[in-house]
Design a protein. Structure first.
Lengths: 496, 368
């Protein structure tokens, strides 16, 4: 939606402009019209400064705009031009960002971004002055993506801070940052960052045109862009990488990826993304190669456990007792003798409880969250077992499953694990091991059919490539990373 | 890489994997019993000879198909054998693909019924298998090839399981090597031929390869050799464990072989084998099914194969339910195996001869 003021221009007469602006900003208390006067070679010239009082720095306005205007003296400035000109004003106002505008559309947008507008009687152009100042959260350690070793910097809500954090780590002019806007009403800025000589041009064009085609009234979080851009919106798997860490973004930029920074969101999107990237943490590269590779495998194991462990338990107990050693199956049946439910009900009950606890503790304030933990420990761990509602083995299974889903470096990537567990338990309860095999086939086929901006999601496993032994199955030593992933521009295949 | 292999194309690497995946299927279970009926303790030599023979046939298939890089199977077979014969062969090939798929699915179902779910109605299992393969194929050959790339890694534990019986084997069972005579060794090639079936789909899949400049013939030969080595070691180890006489009394030696040794934590090792094996067979089913659908697509010239995948699924369902019991399934499997001799041996040879008759040049090359 374009605003109705598109194409409306400033006029020469100050009163008309002021009337028009007051019409635009009607019933908005926070728009200030500061009238000023200027003695210019004996003539009094009227000026008006328009700004939004909540988005500007009052001191800048006082010291750098109003003060020089009031003290303006053409004789002292040695100005001999008789007619007041905007360039003369530009020379006396000590502000870093100054632009000339005529278009109301731009003016409205700029004022709501914290700029001040200066209009002068007799000139059909205005000056936009950069006076932005609003409270910002400082750069803090990202909560959702903490590492033991590595930088503690995390993105904030400010798009300029975020871009700066990345620029500071990559001092290369090839790092380009294009700014686009999305959302017809929110006019949210989106920065598209990429390495010009590494990124795949076709991919970049597609991303840029997809961003320009976004049709929505408001974009308030990176999730909006993610959902509007992804190839398969109904898939449980995330097709973009989300990160709060500048070092992770920089590493991905060097691999030819594109980063999208959305104003107001501390989460930055990285695309295209593959399934195996969900298992990568910046720490893998900071720690030595052996630990980097081993922690990867712990995460793959966690993924498998989080999706299948309860299902395997249900299948073993209800169908394939003969696969377990006799002693173990005797012990298991002893603990299960008092339980009134079949294993599938037991598993579903416990998994649902865990999901409830998880959701409750994620939304509550931190201090109350601890109480939820205690409630969970007592209710699940102890009372349910003493009351013979669930078997102690089931508690162990559920606990290991919950742990397994937390080993992934990104919180939002645990959603597919939580989601896939339930159908798998149901199929395991109906068809035993065969049900688990069928569910896994469906999952694998689904993963094979996914793509992230045209790039196969399961690569480098399917289609198979040498990257599998570089950064997926194992994390090679850093000198083994000379070649870039195939998603990058073919011309710059080597990193150094 | 970007937006490549999306329109049902596969890469040469994927073709390599497809051959391995389709060849290792249901045949591996009873292979050593079937072959040792004929060539006794020298069954492994028969299997090895057969493997060499098949790698040559695969080379011939790739050679024939590579003469016509722009054509699908219907087009180049019509060009070599005249249009009516080309159509007849394509239709019968598609029919064979459907019947072979039905046989494999029924065979798999029998296995699941015996091992996992003795009380579940058979049509439920068949429905689940067919639903899985339809889902697998509905995205086209690219996704199918990728699926096989993933599950090919499950063959590694499957191959490692051969080592399970090593503490128990007695190599004396293999002696005297070559003692059964050349004639019985060579006649043992025939039953082992069926266990290797499936490579003939390369006739259909070669045109889908997008990077034909890669040495596809070499790749396919290597993949056949890998399968041959896997099969030969399987037969050697099973022969060494059971001996030729006892082997005759075991229906599925590959399964019983795994019972030879007791593991500390896992009882019934063969069920684990089955889990890995099931994935492989699902891949085989998908590849065999899609080959038939692709042939039908070339006849009716539709845009996608997905239509035929859905169209054939109810037919497949009914076909799979037709046999009344396991012996009947084995019997039908034998008939399908005979048809395999035509499509796996005679057809490639016939096409190869016709290529030489035509001077080895395709129409396409002549025109340009």
């Amino acid at each position: 939606m374009d605003s109705k003021y598109k194409g409306t221009l400033l006029e020469k007469k100050l009163e008309n402009n002021l009337l028009q602006l007051k019409e635009v900003f009607k019933d908005s208390y926070d728009i200030i019209y500061r009238e000023l006067r200027l003695n210019y070679h004996g003539k009094i010239v009227n000026l008006v400064l328009v700004f939004n009082s909540n988005l500007v720095d009052a001191q800048t306005i006082n010291e750098n705009i109003i003060k020089p205007i009031i003290h303006f003296n053409p004789v002292k400035e040695r100005t001999i031009i008789k007619q007041l000109h905007l360039d003369i004003l530009k020379d006396v106002i000590p502000i870093n960002g100054i632009a000339q505008v005529r278009d109301y559309d731009k003016i409205i947008n700029a004022i709501f971004s914290g700029n001040s507008l200066m209009i002068v009687n007799g000139i059909d152009e205005g000056l936009l002055l950069n006076t932005k100042e609003w409270p910002e959260r400082s750069v803090e350690e990202p909560d959702a993506e903490s590492v033991v070793r590595g930088s503690r910097e995390g993105f904030t809500e400010s798009i300029s801070t975020n871009t700066g954090l990345i620029r500071r780590k990559l001092k290369d002019p090839a790092l380009k940052a294009q700014q686009l806007q999305a959302g017809s009403r929110s006019k949210t800025n989106i920065n598209v960052l990429y390495m010009e000589d590494i990124v795949n041009k076709q991919l970049l064009d597609e991303v840029l045109s997809a961003l320009q085609d976004i049709e929505i009234d408001g974009v308030f979080e990176s999730g909006y862009v993610e959902q509007l851009l992804e190839d398969h919106p109904y898939s449980p798997f995330p097709q973009f990488q989300i990160t709060e860490r500048p070092d992770k973004v920089c590493g991905n930029l060097l691999e030819g990826k594109i980063a999208l920074i959305i104003d107001g969101a501390p989460q930055v999107l990285i695309l295209p993304t593959t399934f195996f990237q969900l298992f990568q943490s910046p720490e893998d590269y900071y720690e030595r190669t052996i630990y980097g590779s081993l922690t990867r495998w712990i995460r793959y194991l966690g993924f498998f456990i989080a999706t299948s462990f309860p299902a395997i338990y249900v299948a073993l107990i209800s169908f394939h007792q003969q696969m377990l050693p006799t002693d173990l199956i005797l012990d298991l049946s002893k603990t299960r003798a008092q339980i009134p439910f079949p294993p599938v009900i037991e598993a579903l009950l416990m998994e649902l409880t865990i999901e409830l606890l998880r959701e409750a503790s994620a939304r509550l304030p931190k201090t109350i969250g601890q109480i939820i933990g205690i409630v969970g420990a007592i209710v699940i761990g102890d009372a349910a077992v003493s009351a013979n509602l669930v078997s102690p083995v089931m508690v162990i299974i559920v606990a290991i499953t919950a742990l397994g889903s937390y080993v992934l470096p990104q919180y939002s990537t645990t959603f597919p694990l939580r989601f896939l567990r339930f159908p798998m338990i149901l199929l395991a309860a109906s068809f035993g091991a065969f049900g688990i095999i069928i569910t896994w086939s469906w999952i694998i086929v689904h993963l094979c059919s996914l793509s992230s901006f045209g790039y196969p999601y399961l690569s480098p496993l399917a289609p198979i490539s040498s990257e599998l032994t570089r950064d997926a199955a194992i994390r090679k030593p850093l000198w083994g990373f000379r070649k870039r992933p195939q998603s990058a521009n073919k011309k710059n295949y080597n990193r150094w | 890489m970007y937006r490549k292999h999306t329109n049902g194309e596969i890469s040469a690497n994927q073709a390599f994997i497809i051959i391995i995946s389709i060849m290792i299927g249901t045949g591996v279970l009873g292979l050593s019993r079937v072959v040792s009926q004929v060539s006794k303790q020298d069954a492994w030599i028969s299997v090895l000879i057969n493997g060499i023979l098949i790698s040559l046939i695969t080379m011939a298939i790739v050679y024939v198909a590579s003469r016509f890089p722009q054509d699908n199977f219907l087009q180049y077979s019509s060009r070599l054998l005249s249009k009516p014969i080309g159509y007849i062969i394509t239709i019968s090939f598609a029919l064979y693909g459907l019947l072979a798929t039905a046989t494999i699915i029924r065979f798999l179902t029998e296995m699941i019924l015996t091992w996992f779910l003795p009380d579940t109605p058979i049509y439920v299992i068949i429905f689940l298998i067919i639903a899985t393969s339809v889902y697998m194929l509905s995205h086209g050959l690219t996704v199918l090839a990728r699926f096989n790339e993933v599950i090919i890694f499950l063959l590694v534990p499957l191959a490692l399981l051969v080592a399970v019986g090593i503490p128990e084997i007695r190599l004396v069972n293999l002696r005297p090597i070559g003692g059964t005579g050349l004639k019985s060794i060579l006649s043992g090639v025939v039953p082992s031929f069926f266990a290797f079936g499936g490579y003939e789909v390369m006739l259909v899949y070669y045109p889908y390869i997008s990077d034909k400049e890669k040495p596809v013939a070499k790749y396919s030969m290597i993949s056949v050799i890998i399968v041959t080595l896997f099969y030969t070691t399987t037969v050697i180890s099973q022969m060494a464990l059971f001996g030729p006489e006892e082997l005759q009394r075991v229906l599925y030696p590959s399964i019983n072989y795994l019972r030879a040794y007791d593991f500390p934590i896992i009882e019934r090792m063969e069920l684990f084998f089955t889990i890995f094996w099931l994935f492989t067979v699902l891949g085989t089913i998908g590849l065999q099914y899609f080959a038939g659908c692709s042939l039908l697509q070339s006849i009716f010239k539709t845009k996608t194969t997905g239509f035929f995948v859905f169209l054939q699924s109810p037919i497949l369902f009914v076909l799979t339910l037709l046999p009344r019991n396991t012996p009947q399934v084995v019997e039908i499997g034998g008939i399908i195996g005979k048809a395999n001799i035509f499509f796996g041996l005679l057809l490639p040879l016939l096409l190869l001869i016709m290529v030489f008759v035509h001077g080895g040049k395709s129409k396409h090359e002549k025109n340009s």
